[in-house]
Design a protein around this ligand. Sequence first.
Ligand SMILES: [Zn+2]
Length: 457
Amino acid sequence: MPARGPTTYHQKHTTLNVTERIEKPSVKARAARRLTLLIIHLAALFLACCGAPGGKLTTEHSKETPATEVSKAATETADAHDPSAVHRRAIAIDMHADTVQFMLDDGADINQRLTTTHLDAVRMREGGLDAQFFSIWVEPQYYGFKGERAVARADEQIKTVRALAEQHPETWTLATTAEEIRRAAREGKLAALLGLEGGYAIDEKLESVERYYRIGVRYMSPAWTYSVSWAGSSGDTEGRTRGLNEFGRKVIREMNRLGIMVDVSHVSDKTFWDIVETSTKPVIATHSNCRAISDVPRNLTDEQIRAIAKTGGVVSVVFYPAFVEAGWKERKDAVDREIQTLVDEASRRAQGGPSIKRIARDRVREREYARRLSMPGVARVVDHIDHIVKLVGIEHVGVGSDFDGIQATPAGLSSVADLPNLTAELLRRGYTEEDVDKILGGNILRVMEEVERGTQQ
Ligand SMILES: [Zn+2]
């Protein structure tokens, strides 16, 4: 999109308020569900070990086997699993969603079922999503690359998430550690976590890193679509030559010291390698895919994926079609040219600040993309998971939807409620439930624990 450089995508939709009360599952209900799940699980195990010739499918098998050629035995085994049940049992963590901007700028109340966001508490429950990292996203073109306005914009968003947990303690809890996510899941609550997308709000001050840690931020990417003075972005020309400068390296070391995960999504290749060289803790990509499948600068090369794995980190796959499917971005760009007048008109009519005008533009884009473009299916997202698993194994892959930051979603993944469709495809390809647990959240819990180690909580 013009305002956001060649590889941008974040932008939004809106709100409307259709009320639905959130049912908090009682402890009893959860216990009953667990028992049912245990029975299903045991039945599945029996089928896998005794019923299916060749025994339980391994991930190794699935990695090499195209979806259409999965053996009958494998299919029968997978059918014994209920993806929704897997979600209810597993701890599922989404590493990236941009819902806060809708809450802040558009008054979205995500305690109700909404039709104009990709995420709310009701649909989190339906999709079996336990924890959400909310992106604290400062648009530097509107709020500055540093300075008071950038800081205020980040702080307002953090306040919005914290208020969610304070005002709705029956539904939400603010989590800052792996253990707090686990506890929330045990208590049947949704965990809200904070990630800073782009380091604009640290305002080129090292002490700001600790301030953000203290108010709950647990990951940060140095740059979003625009480079900062101390780190290059994949979204602008500066990023091609800019990595981390000395201050940038200090920021990474400070994040390591405090226990803030270092996120490489959006940074330039040069910054990526500087981060990997500097960080002494696991490095994550909260919402990036594989360039081997869709060759865009926001995705990772095989070499980068191997480097992340070597740090003990995780690549969380993103749902944005342009990063999922080769050629989709070009088709979208053609549509952008066709709808330019409509988009400009919506922006002109919208009353309010730059973020509100952006939301208005994005609504038009979302509507028109849905009409004019075909979307990749869930299987294409899982192709990226397969690719990462094939490269570095099951321990280094996760999910970072970027819901509410994208104007198009894969077919079958139109909101958090659809997450079990992803799990269904994984099971269909022969991933075991244990594998799926790791992908949905287990791997990230491991990284969080590793990053927390040696820091004072
Ligand atoms: Zn992003």
